[in-house]
Design a protein around this ligand. Sequence first.
Ligand SMILES: O=C(O)CCC(=O)C(=O)O
Length: 293
Amino acid sequence: MFKEKFKYYKNLDYSVNEPDLIDVDKINDVSEFVERKYLVNHEFDCEFLSGLGLNSNVFEWKCYNFIKKPGLVIIRNPFTKKGEKTWIQRCVASYTRKPNILNIDAHNMLKTDEDWWTTVNKTGDILLKNKLRWATLGYHHNWNTKIYSESARSEFPSELAELSRTIIKLLNFPDEFVAEAAIINFYHLSSTLCGHTDHSEINISAPLLSISFGLSAIFLIGGSTLDKNAFGILLKTGDIVIMSGESRLSFHGIPKVLPLLNDNDLDDSYDWKPFKNFIQDTRININVRQVNN
Ligand SMILES: O=C(O)CCC(=O)C(=O)O
């Protein structure tokens, strides 16, 4: 079921067909798929939440529980415009620096004292720009062994740990979330991410947090095995997906990244322009995990 649905979304011509997928913006109060979840603003004050780039009025946040997928939650972009830009800038210009590990490290495309974003902007090297696929933070995900190791670990960015902890707390999870590993995925229009489960973490009861910026995409989620039913969810910039409980070990992937339909970002300031250009044909996903108990 998962593989068939993956193929369906991957090959669908969106300019011709209306895809059958869940778009929380189009959901009414009564839906067979999702129910709205209302948040309580715990001990966090407005200034603290805006400092993290979040809308400080949590009563305005749109959070949804998926009825058919217990433990799966989607928060529709809770970031302020300024917050969204700050997080995009961090992903592109900060999280791609050492000590974080990038897929391009293996290709020796950068000199030792160079970082990717500065080099791309200085040289205009499109090949180098397009080669970036991922950066790993904290415990560096080992793509071959899938084992986290103390010897492949660097300091986790405190602001990303704080953002993750705050979101999990606002959703009323009983345990504090300790962000220890993250993958920043960079997708182009033709990129896909095959169906997989994230099971390398020692603590698989801690939720998985996934934050998306830039281009929209179809997120496909199924069950614990590939033969279970799967459904597609439209993810837009700023959306946060939380996989917990039964959905924590579900197969998921990205069969399709969607082109930018209308660009209503009027900010063309000198500082923002290079980032704006970058996300016009890129999707960024921050995938945060707690590794240990
Ligand atoms: O890009 C996404 O939304 C999902 C990423 C993901 O599943 C992963 O990094 O394991």
